[in-house]
Design a protein around this ligand. Sequence first.
Ligand code: SF4
Length: 103
Amino acid sequence: MDDQTWRDFANCKDADPNLFYTDPETTGSEASAQRKQAKAICNNCPVREPCLAYALKHELKGVWGATTERARRDNRKRLGMVLNDPSAGHLSSLLTQRYYEHV
Ligand code: SF4
Protein backbone atom coordinates (compact mmCIF):
# COMPACT_ATOMS: atom_id res chain seq x y z
CA MET A 1 0.00 0.00 0.00
CA ASP A 2 1.24 3.47 -0.82
CA ASP A 3 2.21 5.84 1.95
CA GLN A 4 0.03 8.89 1.35
CA THR A 5 0.96 10.95 4.41
CA TRP A 6 2.27 13.57 1.97
CA ARG A 7 -1.37 14.50 1.31
CA ASP A 8 -1.52 16.17 4.75
CA PHE A 9 0.84 18.86 3.44
CA ALA A 10 -0.83 19.42 0.06
CA ASN A 11 -1.36 23.00 -1.10
CA CYS A 12 -4.59 21.87 -2.74
CA LYS A 13 -6.23 20.59 0.45
CA ASP A 14 -8.67 23.49 0.49
CA ALA A 15 -8.65 24.33 -3.22
CA ASP A 16 -11.58 23.93 -5.58
CA PRO A 17 -11.32 20.34 -6.94
CA ASN A 18 -12.86 21.50 -10.22
CA LEU A 19 -9.57 23.22 -11.00
CA PHE A 20 -7.74 19.88 -10.82
CA TYR A 21 -10.40 17.73 -12.45
CA THR A 22 -11.88 19.72 -15.28
CA ASP A 23 -15.45 18.85 -16.16
CA PRO A 24 -15.43 17.11 -19.58
CA GLU A 25 -18.00 19.64 -20.75
CA THR A 26 -15.61 22.47 -19.93
CA THR A 27 -13.33 22.90 -22.92
CA GLY A 28 -11.11 25.38 -24.70
CA SER A 29 -9.79 28.46 -22.96
CA GLU A 30 -11.92 27.91 -19.86
CA ALA A 31 -10.49 24.42 -19.32
CA SER A 32 -7.00 25.71 -20.03
CA ALA A 33 -7.45 28.52 -17.48
CA GLN A 34 -8.57 26.01 -14.84
CA ARG A 35 -5.53 23.82 -15.44
CA LYS A 36 -3.25 26.84 -15.22
CA GLN A 37 -4.77 27.81 -11.88
CA ALA A 38 -4.31 24.27 -10.61
CA LYS A 39 -0.68 24.16 -11.74
CA ALA A 40 -0.03 27.52 -10.07
CA ILE A 41 -1.24 26.01 -6.78
CA CYS A 42 1.06 23.03 -7.35
CA ASN A 43 4.14 25.05 -8.25
CA ASN A 44 5.16 25.86 -4.68
CA CYS A 45 3.57 22.80 -3.11
CA PRO A 46 5.96 21.11 -0.66
CA VAL A 47 4.81 17.64 -1.69
CA ARG A 48 4.94 18.06 -5.45
CA GLU A 49 7.36 15.18 -5.99
CA PRO A 50 5.53 12.44 -4.07
CA CYS A 51 2.30 13.71 -5.60
CA LEU A 52 3.70 13.36 -9.11
CA ALA A 53 5.18 9.95 -8.33
CA TYR A 54 1.79 8.80 -7.08
CA ALA A 55 -0.01 10.08 -10.19
CA LEU A 56 2.54 8.47 -12.50
CA LYS A 57 2.34 5.16 -10.71
CA HIS A 58 -1.45 5.03 -10.73
CA GLU A 59 -2.02 6.73 -14.12
CA LEU A 60 -4.46 9.18 -12.60
CA LYS A 61 -6.60 11.75 -14.35
CA GLY A 62 -6.41 15.46 -13.61
CA VAL A 63 -3.62 17.79 -12.52
CA TRP A 64 -1.12 16.26 -10.08
CA GLY A 65 2.32 17.60 -9.24
CA ALA A 66 1.85 20.55 -11.61
CA THR A 67 1.37 18.25 -14.59
CA THR A 68 -1.65 17.34 -16.66
CA GLU A 69 -2.67 13.79 -17.47
CA ARG A 70 -1.58 14.32 -21.07
CA ALA A 71 1.85 15.65 -20.10
CA ARG A 72 2.40 12.68 -17.79
CA ARG A 73 1.32 10.22 -20.45
CA ASP A 74 3.53 11.80 -23.12
CA ASN A 75 6.57 12.10 -20.88
CA ARG A 76 6.17 8.67 -19.34
CA LYS A 77 6.69 7.20 -22.78
CA ARG A 78 9.60 9.49 -23.55
CA LEU A 79 11.43 8.62 -20.36
CA GLY A 80 10.77 4.93 -20.81
CA MET A 81 9.36 4.53 -17.31
CA VAL A 82 8.25 1.02 -16.46
CA LEU A 83 5.83 2.01 -13.78
CA ASN A 84 4.04 -1.27 -13.44
CA ASP A 85 7.20 -3.30 -13.16
CA PRO A 86 7.24 -4.63 -9.58
CA SER A 87 11.02 -4.71 -9.66
CA ALA A 88 11.02 -0.93 -10.13
CA GLY A 89 9.72 -0.56 -6.59
CA HIS A 90 8.87 2.86 -5.21
CA LEU A 91 9.54 5.80 -7.50
CA SER A 92 12.39 7.77 -6.07
CA SER A 93 12.73 11.49 -5.68
CA LEU A 94 15.49 11.28 -8.27
CA LEU A 95 13.08 9.89 -10.83
CA THR A 96 10.56 12.66 -10.32
CA GLN A 97 13.31 15.27 -10.49
CA ARG A 98 14.40 13.73 -13.78
CA TYR A 99 10.82 13.94 -14.96
CA TYR A 100 10.59 17.66 -14.16
CA GLU A 101 13.81 18.28 -16.06
CA HIS A 102 12.08 16.98 -19.19
CA VAL A 103 8.67 18.70 -19.02
S1 SF4 B 1 1.43 19.09 -6.19
FE1 SF4 B 1 -0.57 19.98 -6.69
S2 SF4 B 1 -2.00 18.28 -6.83
FE2 SF4 B 1 -0.18 17.57 -5.77
S3 SF4 B 1 -0.61 17.80 -3.61
FE3 SF4 B 1 0.46 19.64 -4.27
S4 SF4 B 1 -1.10 21.10 -4.85
FE4 SF4 B 1 -2.09 19.08 -4.73
